[in-house]
Every structure is written in C-alpha cells, then in structure tokens.
Design a protein around this ligand. Structure first.
Ligand SMILES: Nc1ncnc2c1ncn2[C@@H]1O[C@H](COP(=O)(O)OP(=O)(O)OP(=O)(O)O)[C@@H](O)[C@H]1O
Ligand SMILES: C[C@H](N)[C@H](N)CCCCCC(=O)O
Ligand SMILES: [Mg+2]
Length: 222
C-alpha cells in the first residue's frame, strides 16, 4: 500500500524543491521505492526545466514527464491565475488520478506544493481549490520547508497554526540555508518551542545530500 507526504513551505522560492530533491534522493539511494508528484507547476516552459524535472533528475527517479505532474503553466504567477491566463483550469479528478498513477508503482509518493500553504490552485466560477484541498482529497500529512534565517519564527508558526486549525498533520520542519550561529540556533529552539514540531533536518547552501536517517524520513509518510 503506497504512502504519501505533502511538502509545503513558508512561501515561494524558499527551497521546497531543493529540499524535496535531497529528501527523495536520500530515500532512493537507501533503496526505498520513492516517487514525486506535483499537481500544478507554474513558471516553467517544460517539465525538464520545472521543479518536477529537477527532483526527477537529482534523485534519479526515472519517472516519465506525464507521471511527474498534472498541470504545467509557463506564466510565473500563482497557479490559479496561470490557469486562467492559459485557459487550462485544474480539475479535481485529474489531480487525484495523477497522484494515484504514481502511487500505483511507488511505495512512497512525495508531493510538493506551490508557493506557501495558502496557494490558490483554481479560483473561478466552477471551483475554489487551494493546496489544503489537495491535501484533504489525498488524506496526506505535511512537512514544512522554511528558511533558517531572520523572520522564520513568524512564518513557521503561522504555517503550522494554519495547518493545525484545519486538522492537517504536521510531521516536522526542515530548515533550509542553515549556516548556524547564535540566531539560527535560537530559531531552531523557538520554532520547536512555539509549534511543538521537530526540526528534522537542516540544509546548508549548496548541500548535495540530506543529513537525515532514511528510516525516519520514510516514517513521515502515511
Ligand atoms: N540550500 C540551497 N543551496 C543552494 N541553492 C538553493 C538552496 N535552496 C534553494 N536553492 C535555490 O534557490 C532557488 C529557489 O529554491 P526552490 O526552487 O527550491 O524554491 P521553491 O520553494 O520550491 O519555489 P516554488 O514556490 O517556485 O516551488 C532555486 O534556484 C534553488 O536551486
Ligand atoms: C511562480 C512561482 N515560482 C510558484 N510556482 C508559484 C508561487 C505562488 C505564490 C502565490 C502567492 O502566495 O502569492
Ligand atoms: Mg518548487
């Protein structure tokens, strides 16, 4: 039976893809049958140039373009707007089928969100879909990627509170661009203290491996 994990972040450009690629690589290299799926990607001209192409290549997953995502938009804006501009709205069934297609062959399916946790995927007369709808449709737990630096206490606590208020499980946090020092070490403490969630790993600029136990990472999926 396949298990899933939804990786969200405290915003766009925060390092979700970079960290997801390292996490999936760590599992793949340890022999886990892991896959990747992203419902809607905006801001890329091709799959190869997109988040999905980066993760597929970095972790050497060997997934086909069709398997990696359901919607690809060229316009680098929120997916709901890109969908309107490119006349290709997200359909709930397409997302569910897209996930199920990967789950059919991979034991651990890793989904990446778009932007931060509040990201409209579709917003028109037919439907108002957000990332939290995808999480609920697929009954997924979440992992939060956040920057290690100044301002992260606020954005992590807000993201966790948003998810907790919707009864969505938060399995932990990974801090990106971690360079250590008094402030960042205190950020780790304050984030754990204020959210009750663990900082599971730290990624430094330029890291090519994730310093985390594969069995612990696999245990995050449900
Ligand atoms: N630890 C890191 N070391 C080096 N480069 C990084 C690191 N983290 C992120 N980057 C780079 O920063 C940029 C933004 O990261 P990334 O694409 O992972 O953000 P994202 O949160 O996935 O954005 P989006 O919301 O568009 O999906 C990318 O060019 C990525 O390669
Ligand atoms: C284009 C960008 N790189 C992401 N793919 C989408 C970011 C959506 C952000 C939505 C918002 O919070 O304003
Ligand atoms: Mg990304």
């Amino acid at each position: 039976m396949s298990k899933g994990l939804f990786i969200t972040g405290t915003g766009t450009d925060i390092g979700k893809t970079y960290v997801t690629a390292l996490l999936v690589k760590r599992l793949h290299d340890a022999g886990y049958n892991v896959g990747y799926y992203k419902a809607a990607i905006s801001g890329a001209d091709s799959v190869a140039e997109s988040d999905a192409g980066f993760v597929n290549a970095t972790a050497n997953l060997g997934q086909s373009d069709e398997e990696l995502l359901s919607y690809l938009y060229k316009t680098a804006v929120s997916p709901h707007l890109a969908a309107k501009l490119e006349d290709n709205p997200v359909e709930k069934e397409m997302v569910i089928k897209g996930y199920q297609r990967v789950a059919a062959t991979r034991d651990f399916v890793t989904l990446e969100g778009s932007g931060g946790i509040v990201c409209p995927i579709r917003y028109d007369e037919v439907g108002h879909y957000f990332l939290t709808d995808i999480i609920n449709w697929l009954h997924l737990p979440t992992l939060i990627v956040a920057d290690a630096g100044l301002g992260t206490i606020n954005t992590v606590v807000l993201t966790v509170e948003y998810l907790k208020a919707r009864h969505i499980p938060v399995k932990g946090i990974i801090l990106n661009n971690y360079t250590g020092g008094t402030m960042q070490e205190d950020n780790v403490y304050m984030i754990e203290e204020l959210t009750g969630c663990k900082v599971l790993a730290k990624v430094a600029p330029g890291d090519t491996e994730l310093a985390a136990d594969p069995a612990m990472l696999a245990g995050l999926y449900e």
